[in-house]
Write a protein that binds this ligand. Structure first.
Ligand code: SF4
Length: 397
């Protein structure tokens, strides 16, 4: 692990003739950047719920929640999660449905399943204590280099780098690094920069330089070095920033080429029996793994919604239930990062139901949609169930 004053090989030269942050000449600048960031962060920063404690468990939960999710959204979820599962052991002992229920609406549900699995691993292999050994941390499900670096530096005071979108933006601008972080070479350079900036581990009761430095980089990217219109006038490292001197900080890092997001059409059937609604549990692996939903499937090519509905009943439910009286409800869209979903929902009221032979689902249950659910539900299911009173009074229903 790099520490203050270590020299680095010359192949890490930054782009555009900018002085290498690793050259002897610039080691003073690197040290000045480090100090400026530490002083700035310690003089005040956002008051976030997960910053009240520095234990590995709360850092871990918050960092997992913050992946792909806005800080404002995470605040409430984090507080509810920690109130319900205050320790690793409490999380490990909880049923997965309870964990997914608290995660409902946050998206990327594999994060919750991995948290649960990792908590059980910590309970079984480490006596319920979060491990401090880097290899043991890396062996936990769902913990990659970023999360490991955050836990090790912020909670354990180890000199471990982190690299998220905010840190990448700050480093790219400070050192004029014009590479995409997702290329192999870019990844290597950004991680090297993040590591080189780190001070040595100095954890004491009050001082944690590596953790504070990493948080300072994240905080700067989140509040000052913004993707658009960075607030350079108030930036603590403006004197050292190559992109600011070049006059075009917004050009760093280079933008990712946008790919077209495919659209997928879905059909979903809300089966109502005596005021209750049928929900099925998806298998644990894959999209919305372990969550509950009305029977749903993706339409094939040009398949019509009605033909898909018939197929849904035959294949997913394994019955000959007639869908003649199913009522087409208002279609709705749900946007995921990698695909846009377009749902054609149907409502079918029945007085009895033949025995189901589920295919593609593991469990079934009937729920009262007017009551809060202690089940994992994707955001679109919660929205659909919330509309049911209105749907039930549909003139055709
Ligand atoms: Fe970002 Fe501007 Fe600070 Fe450079 S000077 S790190 S571009 S906010």
């Amino acid at each position: 692990m790099a520490s203050r004053g270590q020299s680095k090989p010359p192949q890490f030269l930054a782009a555009h003739d900018a002085p290498s942050p690793f050259s002897q000449q610039s080691s003073l600048a690197t040290s000045a950047i480090r100090q400026a960031l530490l002083v700035w962060f310690r003089s005040g920063h956002r008051d976030l719920p997960w910053r009240k404690e520095r234990d590995p468990y709360s850092v871990w939960v918050s960092e997992i929640m913050l992946q792909q999710t806005r800080t404002e959204t995470v605040k409430g979820y984090f507080s509810r999660f920690m109130a319900r599962f205050p320790t690793v052991r409490a999380l490990a002992e909880a049923p997965l449905d309870d964990v997914l229920s608290l995660w409902s609406g946050l998206g990327y549900y594999s994060r919750a399943r991995n948290l649960h699995k990792a908590a059980q691993q910590i309970r079984d292999l480490h006596d319920g204590q979060f491990p401090s050994d880097p290899l043991a941390i890396a062996a936990l499900p769902g913990i990659g280099p970023y999360t490991s670096g955050a836990i090790r530096s912020i909670a354990l005071g180890q000199a471990a780098p982190i690299l998220d979108g905010n840190v990448i933006r700050v480093l790219s601008r400070l050192f004029l690094l014009d590479m995409r972080p997702d290329s192999a070479e870019g990844k290597r350079r950004y991680w090297s920069l993040a590591e080189e900036l780190l001070p040595a581990a100095t954890l004491s009761a009050t001082i944690n330089d590596p953790g504070d430095l990493n948080q300072a980089l994240m905080e700067l990217g989140a509040t000052v070095c913004l993707p658009r219109r960075p607030i350079c006038l108030t930036c603590p490292v403006v004197r050292h920033c190559s992109a600011q001197k070049s006059g075009n900080p917004e050009d760093f890092p280079p933008a990712k080429q946008q790919r077209a997001v495919p659209m997928v059409r879905m059909v979903t059937l809300v089966v109502c029996l005596a005021g209750k609604v049928l929900l099925l549990r998806r298998p644990e692996l894959g999209l919305w793994g372990g969550l509950w939903e009305p029977p749903t499937l993706a339409l094939d090519g040009e398949e019509s919604a009605h033909a898909g509905l018939v197929r849904l009943v035959q294949t997913c439910l394994g019955t000959s239930l007639s869908v003649e009286n199913a009522i087409a409800l208002e279609p709705f869209a749900h946007i995921l990062t990698h695909r846009h979903l377009r749902f054609a929902p149907f409502l079918l009221k029945v007085e009895s139901l033949p025995r189901l032979r589920l295919d593609g689902y593991s469990l079934q249950q009937w729920i009262d949609p007017t009551q809060p659910q202690a089940l994992g539900l994707a955001a679109w299911v919660t929205a659909l169930l919330g509309r049911l009173p209105e749907l039930s009074s549909h003139p055709d229903a």
